[in-house]
Design a protein around this ligand. Structure first.
Ligand code: AMP
Length: 213
């Protein structure tokens, strides 16, 4: 399977045994159009961490007409969530592949409590869950401008409804675990990146390279 993600020179860790290495994770939550993808790409570059976007992976698989792509296409096209088991497999594989990275940003995953619980069973620790907050009218405007295949108005309505129904409960789930932070996502891109960089780095995901001896 080809995984589409931004990889910024993940270097092998120098301490700990390779078998138990599992990079810390920052989960970036927010409705479609809230800027998760844009911000994760910028953060990955600044912090030298890996960006895993489940939406990008699924779209790539669909373009390649792989077995996975053919299974998920029907869901993605209408803005419905892909079954949890399939997405969990994608994420599990990505995390294993990047087990030596300094950190991983998860963009578009988890989207349901079941997915969050699945992630919780993996070896990686979720250090921070960031919820990007953007008013609905701004989301609708941004998605219309972006013009991806699943940004058509009727599909957008379904994706926003799915976010409210299935993903929003995750905010409480992560809040109960003490890792949720809300970030205003309705301002200049650079300003949001500055806030997120500090947050994610302070949570121990990526950041300054270890000082040389
Ligand atoms: P995104 O690029 O994150 O907006 O995702 C695009 C589409 O991919 C979504 O509308 C879903 O159909 C599917 N998708 C991406 N991530 C997930 C996920 N974690 N769980 C279920 N479906 C997903």
């Amino acid at each position: 399977m080809t995984l589409a993600m931004t990889v910024s020179t993940p270097e092998p860790r120098t301490s700990g045994s390779p078998e138990v290495s599992a990079p810390p994770v920052a989960v970036i939550l927010g409705p479609p159009g809230s800027g998760k993808g844009t911000q994760c790409a910028r953060l990955a570059e600044r912090l030298g961490v890996v960006h895993v976007s489940t939406g990008d992976v699924l779209r790539d698989e669909m373009r390649l007409r792989s077995r996975l792509g053919r299974r998920v296409g029907g869901y993605v096209d209408i803005g419905a969530l892909v079954p949890d088991g399939l997405v969990l497999e994608v994420v599990h594989e990505a995390l294993e592949r990047h087990q030596h990275a300094d950190g991983v940003l998860l963009d578009g995953f988890p989207r349901t409590i079941d997915q969050a619980e699945g992630l919780g069973r993996l070896r990686n620790e979720v250090r921070v869950a960031v919820a990007l907050v953007v008013p609905r009218n701004a989301l609708v405007r941004r998605l219309a401008e972006r013009g991806r295949a699943d940004d058509r108005p009727e599909v957008v309505r379904r994706r926003l409804a799915s976010y409210q129904r299935e993903t929003r409960p995750l905010l409480d789930w992560y809040a109960a675990r003490g890792v949720l932070v809300h970030v205003d996502g309705d301002r200049a891109t650079g300003e949001i990146t500055r806030v997120l960089t500090r947050l994610v780095r302070n949570a121990g995901v990526g950041g300054e390279p270890a000082p040389r001896p």
